[in-house]
Design a protein around this ligand. Structure first.
Ligand SMILES: Cc1cc2nc3c(=O)[nH]c(=O)nc-3n(C[C@H](O)[C@H](O)[C@H](O)COP(=O)(O)O)c2cc1C
Length: 458
C-alpha cells in the first residue's frame, strides 16, 4: 500500500517524530511510506506551485495519509498550519477527499488532545476517512512496549484501509458568521488609570468585522491603546524547534527579525493584552500560530504572569470549543487572567458594542485589583506535566526553566505533609476494626471535613 506521510516537524529528518516514521518504514517494508517535509520546507512549498502540486499528486495516488508532527503550543507547528491553510486557499480539498487518514504525534502529552481534536476536525472538513490518532510521548519508541503498540496501531490502520473499514465523523462543518458588524453605540470613554493596554491583531483590510471590533474596543478608552498588527512585524519564520533558547532564553533568530525585541519591549510590559484575530480553518491564522510558537524562547516560564488577557475573535468560536479551551488554557498557564472573549457572533451590533465595552472595563478593573481566576484543571494539570518534565528528563537542555522552577517554588513535590500522612496511616489501621469503621464512615467524616473551616468563622 502507498502511504503519504505529511511530516510537520521544522527539524525535518532530524526530528523525534521522524524516528517513529522510520520505525514504521522498517516494520512494514511491503508498504511504501513517502515522506514530505511539509514544515521544514513550508516556504518553498508555498512559493513553488510545482512542489505543492507534486505533494497533491502523491496524496491523490496514496491509499492512506499520515499526518505526523510534534505538538507545538496546543496544536501543530505554524509552518504545518500554513500548509493546511493552503489546501483551502488553493481549493485542493478534492485531493484529500475520501482518503483514509491517521495522525501521529510526539510530545510531552501537554495538550496533545487539543492538537488531535484539531487534526480530526481538519480531516472531517476535508471529507477524509479518519481512522484515529496516536499520541506518543517523545521517548515511547525506546521501549519494547512502545514499539509494539505503534506497530499495532499502524497494522490496524493499514488493515482498515484494506478492508474499507467504516469511519465516523466527529465534527460538523462550521457555519460561518456572515452578518456585518458596524459599531452602533458610543459609551463614555474609560480612563485606563495608568494601565498599559496593548492590542495585538493580524487583521487584513478585507476583515471588516474584526477591524470594526478593534476600532470599537480601542474607542472604549480615553487614551488610544497601543495597536500592533502582527503582519507589520518582520518575522523571518516559525520556531525551528532547535531549543537553543533552553539554556538562557536566547532565540536563534536573535535580532535577525523583530520578534524578540517586540515581545520583550511591547508584550511583556503591557498590563492588559488583547489578542484579536479571525478564524482560519479551526484556529486563528498561521500568523498568530507563529506568534505563539516563537514565544517559546520563554520556554516553560509564564512570561505573561499577572496580566489581563482578552480575546476578540471574528468567526464561529461558539462552534469551536477546542479553540476556546486552547485560549483559556494558554491564559491560565501564563498565570494571567481572562478578562473576556468577544466574538462577532451576536447578530445585534449593539450587543457586540456592549461586550467590547465590558471587556475594556473588566480589563482595567481586574488589572487594578490584581485579580486572577483560580487555576482549573487546565493549568493545575499542565503545571504538573511541566514540573515533572523539567525536574526529570528535560532538566537538560531546559537549564533556564530549571533555575526558574527552583527559585519560584515550582517544584512543589514530593508532598511531605508528615502530619496528614501519619493521621492517614493511623486511621487506615483503625478502620480495619468494624466498630471504629462504622463510626468513622458516618456523620463524623463529614464533620471532620468541614472542621478546618471553623476557625475562619470565629
Ligand atoms: C515551540 C515548541 C512548542 C511545543 N509545544 C508543546 C506542547 O504544546 N505540548 C507538548 O506536549 N509538547 C510541546 N513541545 C515539545 C515537542 O512536541 C516535542 O519535543 C516533540 O517530540 C518534538 O518532535 P520533533 O523532534 O519531531 O520536532 C513543544 C516544542 C516546541 C519547540
Amino acid at each position: 500500500m502507498k502511504i503519504t506521510v505529511l511530516h510537520g516537524s521544522p527539524k525535518g529528518d532530524i526530528s523525534v517524530t521522524m524516528q517513529y516514521i522510520r520505525f514504521l518504514q522498517q516494520q512494514f517494508p511491503e508498504h511504501t511510506f513517502t515522506v514530505w517535509q511539509i514544515a521544514q520546507q513550508s516556504r518553498l512549498i508555498e512559493q513553488d506551485e510545482a512542489r505543492f502540486k507534486d505533494i497533491l499528486r502523491n496524496v491523490a495516488e496514496a491509499d492512506g495519509i499520515l499526518w505526523s508532527f510534534p505538538l507545538y503550543y496546543y496544536l501543530v507547528p505554524a509552518q504545518y498550519k500554513r500548509f493546511i491553510e493552503l489546501i483551502r486557499e488553493r481549493q485542493a480539498e478534492e485531493y484529500f477527499q475520501g482518503k483514509y487518514t491517521a495522525v501521529l504525534t510526539t510530545s510531552i502529552h501537554f495538550f496533545d488532545h487539543t492538537a488531535h481534536n484539531y487534526m480530526h476536525a481538519i480531516a472531517d472538513d476535508l471529507a477524509m476517512k479518519y481512522y484515529g490518532g496516536y499520541s506518543a510521548a517523545m521517548q515511547d519508541l525506546l521501549q519494547t512496549a512502545g514499539q509494539q503498540r505503534l506497530t499495532l496501531f499502524a497494522r490496524n490502520f493499514l488493515a482498515a484501509i484494506a478492508s474499507a473499514q467504516a469511519t465516523a465523523k466527529a465534527y460538523l462543518p462550521l457555519i460561518p458568521v456572515t452578518h456585518a458588524y458596524t459599531p452602533a453605540l458610543s459609551q463614555p470613554p474609560l480612563d485606563p488609570q495608568g494601565r498599559k493596554i496593548l492590542i495585538l491583531h493580524d487583521a487584513l483590510p478585507s476583515q471588516t468585522n474584526l477591524t470594526n471590533m478593534l476600532t470599537a474596543y480601542a474607542a472604549s478608552y480615553s487614551q488610544k491603546p497601543d495597536i500592533i498588527n502582527l503582519r507589520d512585524l518582520s518575522i523571518k519564520g516559525g520556531c525551528l524547534g532547535c531549543i537553543r533558547c533552553a539554556y538562557d532564553n536566547t532565540c536563534v533568530y536573535g535580532n535577525k527579525d523583530d520578534f524578540i525585541t517586540f515581545f520583550n519591549t511591547k508584550v511583556k510590559p503591557a498590563d492588559i493584552i488583547i489578542m484579536a484575530g479571525a478564524i482560519h480553518d479551526r484556529y486563528l491564522s498561521s500568523r498568530w500560530k507563529t506568534f505563539f510558537d516563537r514565544s517559546f524562547f520563554n520556554n516553560h516560564v509564564p512570561a505573561l504572569k499577572g496580566k489581563q488577557l482578552g480575546f476578540i475573535v471574528s468567526g464561529p468560536l461558539a462552534q469551536l470549543t477546542n479553540l476556546r479551551q486552547i485560549l483559556e488554557a494558554y491564559t491560565e498557564l501564563q498565570e494571567a487572567n481572562i478578562a473576556g472573549i468577544v466574538t462577532d457572533e451576536p447578530e445585534s451590533a449593539a450587543s457586540i458594542d456592549k461586550l467590547l465595552y465590558q471587556l475594556a472595563k473588566t480589563g482595567i478593573e481586574h488589572s487594578l485589583q490584581n485579580y486572577l481566576q483560580p487555576p482549573s484543571f487546565l493549568s493545575v494539570g499542565g503545571h504538573k506535566i511541566f514540573r515533572d518534565a523539567i525536574w526529570g528528563e528535560l532538566r537538560f537542555p531546559f537549564i533556564a526553566d530549571h533555575q526558574y522552577y527552583k527559585q519560584n517554588g515550582r517544584y512543589d513535590f514530593p508532598h511531605r505533609q508528615y502530619a496528614s500522612r501519619l493521621f492517614a496511616a493511623i486511621l487506615s489501621v483503625a478502620a480495619k476494626l468494624p466498630f471504629i469503621r462504622r463510626q468513622l464512615y458516618s456523620e463524623q467524616i463529614k464533620e471532620h471535613m468541614i472542621k478546618p473551616f471553623q476557625r475562619i468563622f470565629q
